[in-house]
Design a protein around this ligand. Sequence first.
Ligand SMILES: NC(=O)C1=CN([C@@H]2O[C@H](COP(=O)(O)OP(=O)(O)OC[C@H]3O[C@@H](n4cnc5c(N)ncnc54)[C@H](OP(=O)(O)O)[C@@H]3O)[C@@H](O)[C@H]2O)C=CC1
Ligand SMILES: Nc1nc(=O)c2c([nH]1)NC[C@@H]1CN(c3ccc(C(=O)N[C@@H](CCC(=O)O)C(=O)O)cc3)C=[N+]21
Length: 447
Amino acid sequence: MIEKLEGALNIPLAYCNKVRLLACRLYQAGVEFIDRPFREMTENPGRTPNGDITRHPLVIDRPQAKSVAARIEYDAGVEIQKKTRLVFGNEGKLHAVYLRNGTAKLIDKAPEIKSLPPAGPAGGANIRPARGEAQGNLYLWILIFHSSLQDKVMQLIDGKAVAAHFKARIAEEVTQLKAESGKTPHLVAILVGNNGASETYVAHKVKACAELGFESTLVRFPDTVSEEELLRKVEEINANPDMDGLIVQLPLPKHINPDRIMETIAPAKDVDGFHPINIGRMAKGLPAYVSATPQGCLMLIEHYGIETAGKHCVVVGRSQIVGLPMSILMQRNTYPGNCTVTITHSKTANLAEICRQADILVGALGRPEFITADMVKEGAVVLDVGLERVADPSKKSGFSLKGDVKFDEVAPKTSYITPVPGGVGQMTIISLMQNTLLAAKGAIYAK
Ligand SMILES: NC(=O)C1=CN([C@@H]2O[C@H](COP(=O)(O)OP(=O)(O)OC[C@H]3O[C@@H](n4cnc5c(N)ncnc54)[C@H](OP(=O)(O)O)[C@@H]3O)[C@@H](O)[C@H]2O)C=CC1
Ligand SMILES: Nc1nc(=O)c2c([nH]1)NC[C@@H]1CN(c3ccc(C(=O)N[C@@H](CCC(=O)O)C(=O)O)cc3)C=[N+]21
């Protein structure tokens, strides 16, 4: 148990003159407010000169959690222009800095602080957050961890960066495939109706195809399309040797049975991995197309070298496309895997208590910000699959994207966490592309 966290924050703040600094506050574990705002600067709205918050003494007795967060709040429209110097006393360690626009959107990824500042009287670090033109208020969060937790500090899993890494690899393989066999991977997406979220996801997939040198075809139907007509289209694509992968975007209108559609897609073209044959082969550990989202989660785990053997993995949600395959994958006798898995759902009793036992917690229930700090064990790995549009009048689009995890309060307790957006969703697209490449090569099912 940590007795005392001592240090000082030395935060010279530079900001442009069209905005004002609202406040700088300290939190414990991102949850509890532990100090009154240590400098309120609400006078002179509209024109505030550069200001300093200097050596605010930071002494926290017996912190319940092992981290504190300072939150610096700015008015809308800020550009942070200058370096901010942080200085700690003998205990604190800077862990992460990130910018948030409002409370929702991560507008700058966690700060790539290459090395943590050393503990000791002169410990400190310069940070230079990227310029952010905020639509709403801007918050600069600074997480400070106790030095004894050095090996446990939270790391933001950067789905975008990992996706970029895999994109480069896939693009290279496509070039090679084209040179060797003249084959271009070809993904077909069927989109029924014009649900806004589905439109966005399908657009992302089409864009990824273009970026990676794949061919793509988007087939659209009105939501009045009959099941028979849709099945005929699926069969036509099955029979076309030029088309390697086929996805039918979910959800489908109520009058269409998704299972019938999924079962009609040829297993060899089922790059979503939703066909019973692919799910069965995946469960048996045979070569199969693995459902893109759980596969993406695994790629993140692997990329960050997160240990899984012997860990308790709790999956919240049992859907056929996320929760269920995720739970199967995490218990396999391989890496990532070898977890003891608990799968939970809407009828689960004592959900919070079960979540608190998780070393690896996967939120895949589709309830915005359902998973709160009290449901998460200190040091847990949290993968947030949820992606919901929540009405937000401050946004041009009228909504903001929310995950299943209440990020701000959960993040400081974790060892790794994925943001939304910019986390798991990025990898879903990548694994879909990877499956399509495998299909083009005939790697899972010989051509
Ligand atoms: N980032 C990405 O790439 C992807 C994100 N998603 C997002 O993930 C989320 C889940 O998607 P999906 O799996 O398709 O959703 P489904 O609606 O098919 O499944 C949700 C699951 O969560 C369970 N659940 C719902 N409410 C609760 C609750 N209060 N407590 C415990 N369990 C609950 C349900 O239980 P029950 O079975 O009892 O009904 C169900 O098993 C959505 O937000 C979706 O948008 C989905 C796919 C890809
Ligand atoms: N047959 C089928 N296959 C699917 O793979 C499938 C589906 N149906 N139905 C819906 C879900 C959802 N899904 C996502 C795809 C991309 C992002 C994605 O790109 N997310 C980014 C950007 C989000 C944004 O800005 O809108 C992110 O989280 O950073 C998210 C979610 C695939 N799904």
